[in-house]
Design a protein around this ligand. Structure first.
Ligand code: DP6
Length: 324
């Protein structure tokens, strides 16, 4: 038996990935930018075992459901092909955040799974190649492999669609203060959401401007220019949700509390607090702020009715092998 354990953080996208040019290879229609979230992590052990007759998956100490197992087994098939190997694997994955908290775990899950699977097989891939394989499991997982602030280049084929660090983890002291407003599982997951993106008339316009927004957001991060950062990050999130809302069928992820928080954030910013919002495919609000304003933002969020919990995360490192 050959086994390894890896740990990965989820990430929050500042410029979003929404829609694939190639669904099988998970080639996105636009490049994206994100930051890893240090306080949240997934720890995954992969054991390749020649005596196994199928793959198995445990998540947080329980046998995973069939849908999750099939997605993982499909990803292991892709890895087996690269390894030219036929052994099955026993996979055990644990999140330090509750699955029902509405915090997406597919990025950290597939980043940790990919890195552990190759390491367990004693095959050392470059970070760049690891990002391309993590991408095959979940697009955003490619961004959880490198450390800190990361760009995922859309690319044109498997090899050219990869992610890389553009600013180190300690480059800029900003924090993601996540307001949890709903703990249930989303009705439409990202996989189906990506498919419906092209049914919105707005998607073409969103994609056409993505390169400029990447440039502006990246420069704002490198210059630590919060005003420029806030403008492009909120705009990009609004654009993605406009696409979602105008897709067929329409996807509305916001709850009334989501909208309340977005309104309050604009007020707080006018009052001098350096904070802005961004939302993934769910109603939770990621409030990105400078470290010195994190505590006041957390307290204010806690006082809003409908906010169930607040989770704070600073920029995080990349995926690491913990034991081999
Ligand atoms: C809204 O990476 O979860 O969070 O490739 O189908 O697993 P799959 O999709 P996923 O999509 C993330 C969508 C998003 C925006 C983002 O993180 O860029």
């Amino acid at each position: 038996m050959k086994q390894a354990t890896a740990r990965a953080h989820p990430n929050i996208a500042f410029i979003k990935y929404w829609g694939n040019a190639d669904e099988i290879l998970r080639l996105p229609v636009n490049s994206s930018l994100s930051m890893n979230l240090d306080s949240l992590h997934t720890t995954t052990t992969v054991a390749w075992d020649e005596t196994l007759r199928r793959d198995s998956l445990m998540i947080n100490g329980e046998v995973a459901n069939q849908v999750a197992l099939e997605r993982v087994a499909k990803h292991l098939d892709v890895i087996r092909e690269r390894l030219n190997m036929s052994e099955f694997a026993k996979v055990e994955s644990n999140n330090n955040f509750p699955m029902g908290a509405g915090i997406a775990s597919s990025a950290s899950a597939f980043a940790a799974l990919t890195v552990a699977a190759f390491r367990a097989a004693d095959v050392a891939l470059s970070e760049r190649e690891l990002t391309t394989f993590a991408r095959r499991g979940s697009g955003s997982a490619s961004r959880s492999v490198p450390s800190g602030y990361v760009q995922w280049f859309a690319g044109e084929d498997h090899e050219s669609s990869y992610a890389a660090t553009f600013a180190e983890v300690n480059h800029w002291d900003i924090v993601d203060v996540i307001a949890i407003v709903d703990s249930g599982h989303k009705k439409t997951g990202s996989q189906d959401g990506h498919k419906s993106a092209e049914t919105s008339d707005l998607q073409l316009a969103r994609v056409a401007g993505a390169a400029d927004r990447i440039q502006s957001c990246k420069q704002a991060i490198l210059d630590e220019n919060f005003a420029q950062f806030a403008e492009v990050v909120e705009y990009d999130s609004n654009l993605m949700h406009a696409v979602m809302m105008t897709s067929k069928p329409a996807l509305f992820y916001w709850k009334p509390t989501t909208l309340t928080i977005m309104e309050r954030i604009r007020e707080w910013r006018q009052a001098g607090i350096q904070v802005c919002y961004t939302l993934d495919a769910g109603p939770n609000v990621h409030c990105i702020c400078v470290r010195e304003h994190a505590e006041v933002v957390r307290e204010q969020l806690m006082s809003i009715s409908g906010v169930l919990d607040v989770v704070v995360a600073a920029p995080g490192g990349g995926t690491t092998v913990i034991t081999k």
